[in-house]
Every structure is written in C-alpha cells, then in structure tokens.
Unconditional design. Structure first.
Length: 251
C-alpha cells in the first residue's frame, strides 16, 4: 500500500471538492498520494481544490510522491506534511515525471528533516511554477524547494511566489545541487531565511540558473542574502534581468 491515494499506470484522479481532504496517512513514500507509472503508461493527478494535509512519509514525499506521470496542482492546499525529503511533495528521478503548479495553489507549513521542505525534485523531474505560492516550509537544505541530479525548475509569469521558507543550514528559498537547472522568468523569491548560505537561492556542484525577470528581495542568510554560488556554477542574467535587492556571494 502506498499513500492514502495510489494512482498507477494510465489512471487519472481528480481532487476538486472544497471539503475533500486526504489526511493522517503514514507510508514509506507518498504519505497522502503516491503516483507511479508502469508498462509505458503514466498516471495523471489533477487537484483544483481541497487539501492534502497532515500526512507522513518515513522516506520521501510527506504529502505527495510523484514517481511517474504528472501531478497538476491548479488549486487547493498541500500543508502540514512531514518527510525526510520533500515534506510537501517529492518529484522522483525519472525523466517523464513533472508537476505543474498554477492559479491559487498553495504548498505551506511542510517539514523535511533533510532536503526540500516544500518540494524535493531529483533526477529528470520537472517543476513548473506559473502561479501559486510555496511558503512557510522548513528543511535543513532548501526550505522551499530542493533540486538535485539534473532536475529542472521553471518559474514564469507574475503570480508565482516562494516566500518565508526557512533552512536550518543552506538555501532558504531554493537550493540547486548536482547539475540542476533553474530558470526564473517571472515571480518572486521573498523573505526566506537560511542559517548559513543563500537566503534566497543556493547554487552548488555544477548547477545553472538563468534570470530574465522576477524579484529576489528581503531574504536573509549568514552569507549571500539573495544568492550564494560556488565557482562550479553558472548564474546568468538575460533580457531585463529582473530585480535583485539582496547580496550575491560567489565562493
């Protein structure tokens, strides 16, 4: 058994009722929802209302584990879930796995003891944030979002916000690790905090970030309030380049 709701193969699951809640489930991965493909088929989970709340995963994906297919978060709330990685949601290490987040969707108050308080993305996983908010999540690394192993994260449009997340070590808002790619062409990274490096964003171990629009402001850390990068990474500003009101530190 995986999660309160398991969606497999080519199945589609729609969560649309305002009072629909998936809650108080405990599993190794995907405490609330577990998606996994098979035999060439990919599942689809569409959430436009309701909540995935108060679930626990001993490993990854306290609220949701996406091990195949697409998780489409158009509305509703993923909140107060817990895991080792991906307190709110974990997108696994497969190239055909993705999550689309938009409209008034909210990922909040989730906790990861290690990586990705709000969202954890690894391998070929992809997260697209056009609207919606990731806020008040906590982790050791990547309070809001943690990316690793060639994963891809895109923020576009004016409505997406990563705010008030906290990392007890590095990367209050977003942490990139091991070849991950982050494209910021709209949205806001605001008032996130980290004890050591990168209140807004941390880039390390061959990662790449491109910023053509958006705002990074009001973040705080021991070093690099806005962005902290090491010498193996690439940070590029194109077009208007957006606005960075915080310090950038390269080590």
């Amino acid at each position: 058994m995986h999660g309160g709701v398991a969606v497999r193969g080519g199945a589609t699951f729609v969560l649309s009722g305002r009072n629909s809640v998936i809650t108080r489930n405990v599993q190794p991965s995907g405490g609330g929802v577990h998606l996994v493909g098979g035999c060439g088929f990919a599942p689809l989970f569409i959430m436009s209302a309701g909540a995935i709340r108060g679930n626990v995963a001993n490993n990854t994906g306290g609220g949701v584990y996406v091990g195949g297919g697409v998780f489409q978060l158009e509305g509703g709330t993923i909140d107060n879930n817990r895991a080792t990685t991906g307190g709110g949601l974990s997108i696994a290490n497969r190239a055909n796995v993705s999550m689309v987040m938009r409209d008034n969707a909210l990922i909040a108050y989730n906790t990861a003891t290690a990586f990705g308080g709000g969202v954890f993305i690894s391998g070929g996983g992809h997260l697209s944030l056009a609207r919606g908010t990731i806020r008040h999540n906590t982790a050791a690394h990547g309070g809001g979002v943690f990316q690793s192993y060639n994963s891809n994260f895109t923020m576009s449009g004016a409505g997406g916000t990563i705010s008030s997340n906290r990392a007890s070590v590095n990367g209050g808002g977003v942490t990139l690790n091991r070849g991950a790619v982050f494209s910021l062409s709209g949205g806001n990274i605001l008032t996130n905090t980290a004890t050591q490096w990168g209140g807004g964003v941390v880039l390390s171990q061959g990662t790449r970030m491109t910023m053509s629009a958006g705002l990074i402001s009001g973040n705080r850390a021991g070093s690099g309030n806005g962005i902290w990068t090491d010498t193996s990474t690439t940070f590029t500003r194109t077009g208007h380049g957006g606005t960075i009101n915080d310090t950038i530190v390269r080590r």
